[in-house]
Design a protein around this ligand. Structure first.
Ligand SMILES: [Fe+2]
Ligand SMILES: [Fe+2]
Length: 193
């Protein structure tokens, strides 16, 4: 799915369903981090790549709106946001990208973002299959289509700037690393846990 080489185990979805308080609080933070990292990508690269400005500003805005939606869901359930958990998955993926650096930091950053969006989409789809039908399942079904769109956005930004062959080649390296990292997950109810 979306270029990913493996699927999340149903065991993770069962865990997430059982610990919705943990999942929702972490998910809210993930949306906030997505908004922040779109802006930090802009701060670092908009000078050399001005074509990033409009789409990444729109993305930051959309991720902020997602945060507000998840945060409202937490409040509705009488749950609190708490402090952000460390995202070991994203950290490991960034470390793998650094360890195999392509020499084009923007290409690497865009494709790491693409993979995180793809995995989030796949996780939400997995969660949807475990949730009973109802408002929360509908909510995650809506969100997974947004994450799929964000994957496509980051991939397209990379391809438009670096060309099809180079983007594809680099994506193939990173998605192998991603699959390795993802294979070791599934033991906590965090979005990337
Ligand atoms: Fe989002
Ligand atoms: Fe996203």
């Amino acid at each position: 799915m979306l270029g990913l080489l493996n699927d999340t185990s149903p065991q993770w979805a069962a865990l997430a369903r059982e610990h919705l308080d943990v999942l929702l609080a972490d998910h809210a933070h993930c949306e906030l981090k997505a908004a922040q990292s779109a802006l930090s990508l802009l701060a670092r690269f908009a000078g050399e790549a001005p074509e990033l400005t409009a789409p990444l500003l729109a993305l930051a805005h959309e991720e902020g709106a997602h945060f507000a939606q998840v945060e409202a869901e937490l409040q509705h359930r009488g749950l609190s946001l708490g402090l952000p958990a460390t995202d070991d998955y994203a950290q490991a993926l960034r470390a793998a990208a650094r360890a195999t650096a392509s020499g084009e930091p923007l290409l690497d950053r865009l494709l790491v973002h693409a993979l995180i969006e793809a995995r989030s989409c796949e996780r939400f789809r997995c969660l949807c299959t475990a949730l009973p039908s109802g408002a929360l399942q509908d909510f995650y079904r809506d969100l997974l289509t947004s994450e799929a769109r964000h994957f496509a956005l980051f991939y397209r930004l990379a391809r438009n700037r670096f060309g099809h062959a180079r983007t594809r080649g680099r994506f193939d390296v990173l998605r192998l690393a991603e699959a390795d990292i993802a294979a070791g997950l599934g033991h906590t109810a965090l979005v990337h846990g």
